[in-house]
Design a protein around this ligand. Sequence first.
Ligand SMILES: CN(C)c1ccc(C(=O)NC[C@H]2N[C@H](CO)[C@@H](O)[C@@H]2O)cc1
Length: 475
Amino acid sequence: MNRARVFSLVALAALVVAGGESAFVRQLMPVAERSAITDTSGRALGLHGFSTAGSAKSSVDGLPRFTEADLARENADMGTNFVRFLISWRAVEPQPGIYDQAYLAEVETRVDWFAKQGYHVMLDMHQDLWGTEIVPGMGIGNGAPGWATYTDGLPIGQHDMWELYYLDAGVIRAFDNFWNTTGTHPELMDHYVNAWKAVATQFASNPTVIAYDLMNEPFGGTLQGPAFEAGPLTNLYQQSLDAIRTVDPDSWACLEPQAMGVNWGLPSGLGVVTDSRPGEARVAFCPHLYPLAMDLGGGYSGGSRDMVDATIASWIGNTKRTAARLGNVPIILGEFGLDTTLPGALDYVDTVYAQMDGIHAGVAYWSRDNGLWGPYDTDGVTARNLVAAIDRPYLRAVAGTLQTLSSAPDRLEFSFTPDAAAAAPTELYLPAVGFPHGAAVDGATIAHWDTSRRILTLDAPGNPAATQNIVVVAA
Ligand SMILES: CN(C)c1ccc(C(=O)NC[C@H]2N[C@H](CO)[C@@H](O)[C@@H]2O)cc1
């Protein structure tokens, strides 16, 4: 990325930070335990996986170029257990009020692939730059259907850097019409909400789908910062969750902040979304992390590394505060990723996963597509450097409340408060490279070691009342 582009984006971000959280609000942040995303056995889930896949943005059928064999390879190579699966409004609702049941069935076929491998699926209603029809036939954006695209004839230029399209009047207008900032298309948000209801109707009874990521990287058009996030964005999320709950009482709603600024470590002004379900709310906060300094091309080394580390520190603090404000909700890092040929790229990946361990956040790497950002070469088979970086020890599921977690290539250490009501045991994934002969465990007894899937299962603790401190090392 050239410097001019970076600084134009930073200037935009500066506009956003003005409306960010005040120091006074920060003082009020409650310091309380965040809830967890749980499975049907009541275990707190650790989620490691990929966004699958960017190829769905432009495919005719709206599905990613991803096969069951690709999933088997990913599971064998990296032991992942989670997928942020890209779907699109254009495919769900190709004509106003008409829902493509064949498409939803094709998505469910892929969900069943993940189910067979013991994965958890989050469906991501993906968009970038609004939709494919912002400039008919040019395939610039993705997500929204053509019938919901109203640029009102305002100009859209041509840019080498795709992000700069967000500055074009026609793109901004398409978003302004959707968010009803113009007041001329109040029907669009209603359609979006009902599209989510159609998706939730399809998957409400499918336990493999645990969450709905309500909108990818929302953009407010002329509305930026809290005016957008605490206004129409929170309103859309509330309406979407209310509609989902009429058919699906149990899936989590993952709320993304606006991408502008927040991806880069600035605070989010997202408002509280209430959950009508009986019992604990099932809302999660799902920001993305893309340090602007990484875009300077310096990768994760030298001065660029220092700036990236500062961004990560800011991002962690702001993310924790927003998750607390939303109701001490779980956190999923919905996207992070980079060109892994950049200097220090794998150190960056290690740093991000270590930081996510520290806040018990799930992680979906961007993305599962083949090539320089992904785990496999363009042939989809040859493993790239990223495979070894993502093949790392992690907690798949904890039969209680996680208190602390840290990991290294050949060690995983955690503490948790057991929940006697959990109907399944604590599980860990341990890669072959760090645990070639399995594991030795201090603080618990091993119930089972699945050598082929590399899953370690621990016995329930003898004294469930006490916090358990567990250290897992190579045997
Ligand atoms: C100016 N705005 C609104 C903007 C700028 C930059 C990004 C971005 O890089 N996003 C990071 C990655 N996320 C998408 C998929 O969700 C990928 O295409 C981007 O690389 C987003 C928004």
